[in-house]
Design a protein around this ligand. Structure first.
Ligand code: SF4
Length: 408
């Protein structure tokens, strides 16, 4: 095993111990090093400075309202093309029949192709069911649907706010927000869309859609999708309005290590500006491991466990101004997320329940992906950490069964 004195990372280690900001070259040294132990030790040092041995989880529910999408991002295994036939030809299933079927159902517009879209009532029923089981947060994202009007998304927020008054609605990635500016009539600006959604009950934005902030990567695998400028426009506007958001990085496809490090530095620069001159900022960064299966890039090998671990640790080290680094267990796996708690990660997300975007944990065709609170706590405790249930804004949750309150 390499020790600190043998490592090629001595200069980086000196900076981390002194609390100095790492630059691009430091990020590259970390990626080029095979000394995974020192990388973990340094990332854990920063993690412990910020959070001690606390590790966060939440009780949440993911809802993907449709997988129909007007785009065809090559890395995406989630989307289905919208069928060319009248939308009314197949009635939506009854909500009661829906709960065990999400992810496999063919809803309105579906044609046995695995495509679905949920009605407002169905989304609200799913949120209510989670709320009654004690969820503090609902996480809602979907494809860019070609015909649903902006009112549908407002009604989802209003409906959940009425049915689940205390539930935090974290919904709609930057690309969805920009889609709403395009479909609204009259056309609304990003700020107007966010304003109306907030009034309807939206609490914060997830971080999806950032992918890799690089034009070459953008042109190669998601050339019709909003790029770096659009993603930052949405998050800048949200932060100016006092709406907190998350950040992500999708790694392990066609990008290089240098492109990952530049991506992290761009997030850090945005966070510097938000912390100094805006009313909100990124709550956390979630590095997302690319899963090739089912995508147009299925011939790529995808990232290994060591790449996952290294990227989570490098994210912790580079993003010195983002409070939390999250391993999202449906993507990185529960086992690797547990290991990552000693490699810079302080949050392993939540109970999730249903997650349609990738199928790694459950296998193709089954999107039921749930970890109980007991399992989350066990993973955390076995890693030598103290589990803390948090709400979306990382406030500790005091719980008595499904009853809960936020500390402070
Ligand atoms: S990544 Fe998002 S925008 Fe791209 S095809 Fe998939 S659902 Fe559509």
């Amino acid at each position: 095993m390499l020790t600190m004195t043998q490592t090629d990372l001595a200069a980086v280690a000196d900076k981390v111990h002194a609390g100095k900001r790492l630059d691009f070259e430091d990020g590259m040294r970390l990626y080029e090093s095979r000394d995974i132990f020192t990388i973990g030790e340094l990332a854990n040092l920063v993690r412990e400075r910020l959070h001690g041995r606390l590790a966060y989880y939440n009780v949440n529910r993911h809802i993907n309202y449709t997988n129909y999408c007007v785009l065809r991002c090559k890395f995406c295994s989630f989307y289905k093309p919208y069928p060319k036939r009248p939308a009314e030809s197949t009635p939506p299933p009854e909500p009661a029949a829906l709960l065990p079927l999400i992810g496999q159902l063919t809803g309105r517009g579906g044609d046995g192709d695995g495509g679905y879209e949920l009605s407002v009532g169905q989304v609200v029923d799913l949120a209510r069911e989670a709320y009654e089981r004690g969820a503090t947060e609902v996480h809602i994202v979907g494809g860019l649907h070609p015909t649903l009007p902006f009112a549908y998304y407002l009604d989802i927020c209003r409906g959940i706010r009425r049915a689940c008054p205390r539930m935090h609605i974290k919904a709609f990635t930057a690309i969805e927000i920009i889609h709403f500016t395009r479909i609204s009539r009259p056309r609304l600006s990003i700020g107007e869309v966010l304003g109306q959604l907030r009034e309807a009950g939206l609490g914060s934005l997830p971080g999806g859609g950032a992918e890799i902030f690089d034009q070459r990567v953008h042109d190669e695998i998601y050339n019709n999708k909003v790029g770096e400028a659009g993603w930052f426009d949405v998050h800048r506007t949200a932060h100016e309005m006092g709406v907190y958001t998350n950040a992500t990085m999708l790694y392990g496809h066609v990008e290089s290590a240098a492109e990952r490090v530049r991506h992290l530095i761009k997030l850090r620069e945005h966070q510097d500006a938000s912390l100094s001159e805006r009313a909100a900022c990124f709550n956390c960064c979630i590095p997302l491991s690319f899963i090739p299966e089912g995508s147009e890039l299925a011939d790529l090998p995808g990232p290994t466990g060591l790449t996952d671990l290294k990227t989570l640790a490098v994210s912790r080290l580079m993003l010195d101004n983002v409070a939390h680094i999250k391993a999202f267990w449906p993507i990185q796996s529960a086992k690797l997320s547990q290991v990552a708690l000693n490699w810079g990660v302080d949050d392993i997300d939540g109970t999730v329940v249903w997650y349609d975007i990738t199928k790694r944990e459950a296998g193709a065709g089954n999107t039921h992906q749930e970890l109980t609170v007991d399992k989350l706590k066990r993973l955390i405790r076995e890693a030598g950490c103290e589990p803390v249930e948090r709400d979306t804004l990382y406030r500790p949750v005091l719980r008595n069964g499904p009853e809960w309150s936020v500390a402070g």
